[in-house]
Design a protein around this ligand. Structure first.
Ligand SMILES: Nc1ncnc2c1ncn2[C@@H]1O[C@H](COP(=O)(O)OP(=O)(O)OP(=O)(O)O)[C@@H](O)[C@H]1O
Ligand SMILES: [Mg+2]
Length: 396
């Protein structure tokens, strides 16, 4: 399945994200010219378990460790090693493609940089920067600097990197179930309500961790394709190419060139370029809405007035009677009405037009933790979502 193209706003030169620590990686000159990034994703579609209570119970006990994790420093790979690890970037090992470049599955030595036989050692996802993507050089560097330093169960692990002339590559831990968009927007196989809430919780933990960092880190590119899933549906944030240090002390925002993805970027950020942690909270609200509705944040194939999910959904969010118009019909009514109502009101708060009234990520996380309670999880919906709901179908 091919997901629609994601478009980014202008990606002109922007001041370099501040380095987090003394971590360095033998780097290169900072580029200055501009580039527009337009990306499209392809990818495999692993099977998912739909509304399966046994599987779901099993998954509930497999939450990612709450404790912080500590990985060894990223390895410095040679190009030839990653080339061989992916069997010469074989087309059938391609996992997807984004604005940065192609992503391939490969295997490397458990602890070193040598390539390993397929199915042995450590599975990795190798991302190769498109040589013509000037903006990509900056994103590559930000990725290495941030992910080289930040370790958390809900952030993808950077296993290593390669910088040989124009060849810039990144090797991440391989995430068995790929990205959230590959599951959520499939027609025939949807994620159960419980799994959706588990994913929402994982993403909230990752984002709250970033915002709680000193200095706070703004992720800036939260979207379903950047939420990766392991076999137990633990969510991990990936793609730190646009991340940057947030404002500190009395400073209210940082000024940046506008970058990100249409449909997820906060309106005040798009208008002014003023970036705060609350811009990420808006993006999180969009993801929450996508989890609730099963609809993409932006879909130009939908009728006009319905293309932007937030604008379409906003009037329904505060109206309990309209819940069935919002909830994904692929759930076939198997969701907690109480839980879904709470998700609606949380999404509405995250999507507030005035960023000052959006909750901080820690509050969002607290709400998500409460949403995991059995009371908010059980599928007590007595009236299944109408399958012939014209509006729901039009938006799918
Ligand atoms: N660590 C990983 N493990 C498994 N699959 C991955 C991993 N990283 C990326 N992928 C796959 O590769 C696809 C492309 O990822 P990539 O981050 O390059 O682009 P994107 O997020 O879809 O788009 P954009 O470039 O606009 O952010 C993802 O959708 C996912 O399916
Ligand atoms: Mg991505």
């Amino acid at each position: 399945m091919r997901t629609p193209a994601y478009e980014r706003k202008s990606c002109e030169d922007e001041s370099r994200p501040k380095c987090l620590s003394s971590f360095t990686c033998g780097l290169f000159a900072w580029p200055s010219s501009s580039a527009k990034v337009i990306s499209a994703s392809t990818g495999s579609n692993p099977d998912v378990f739909r509304n399966d209570p046994i599987r779901v119970n099993e998954l509930a006990s497999q939450n990612a460790s709450e404790n912080s994790v500590c990985y060894p420093p990223p390895r410095e790979f040679q190009f030839i090693e990653l080339k061989s690890a992916t069997r010469n970037f074989r087309p059938d090992s391609m996992l997807g493609e984004g604005g940065f470049g192609h992503v391939f599955k490969g295997w490397v030595d458990e602890h070193g940089t040598a390539p390993a036989k397929p199915g042995t050692g450590l599975a990795v996802a190798v991302k190769i920067l498109k040589t013509d993507a000037v903006q990509g050089h900056k994103e590559w560097l930000a990725e290495v600097e941030y992910l080289g330093e930040l370790h958390h169960p809900n952030l993808v692990r950077l296993v290593g990197y390669c910088s040989e002339g124009e060849n810039k590559l990144l090797a991440y831990e391989f995430m068995e179930y790929g990205s959230l968009d590959q599951h959520l927007f499939r027609k025939s196989s949807s994620l159960s309500w419980m799994i959706r809430m588990k994913i929402a919780l994982g993403a909230a933990k990752g984002l709250a961790f970033l915002h709680g960092h000193d200095p706070p880190i703004i992720f800036r590119d939260l979207k379903t394709s950047n939420i990766l899933l392991d076999r137990a549906y633990n969510a991990k944030l990936s793609d730190f190419g646009l991340a940057r240090d947030g404002p500190q002390g009395d400073v209210s925002h940082v000024s940046t060139r506008i970058m990100g993805t249409y449909g997820y970027a906060a309106p005040e950020y798009v208008m002014t370029g003023h970036l705060t942690a609350r811009s990420d909270v808006y993006g999180y609200g969009v993801v929450l809405l996508e989890l609730l509705t099963g609809k993409r944040s932006m879909d130009r194939s939908r009728p006009s007035g319905q293309q932007n999910l937030v604008e379409w959904a906003r009037p329904f969010l505060g109206d309990k009677k309209k819940l069935t118009s919002l909830v994904d019909t692929e759930l076939h009514g198997c969701y907690s009405v109480r839980g879904a109502q709470k998700v609606c009101s949380l999404a509405a708060r995250c999507l507030a037009r005035d960023p000052r009234t959006r909750p901080p990520m820690q509050q969002v996380l607290d709400a998500l933790v409460l949403l995991q309670s059995p009371m908010d999880m059980e599928s007590v919906s007595s009236s299944p979502a109408p399958l012939n709901d014209v509006r729901s179908k039009a938006m799918k």
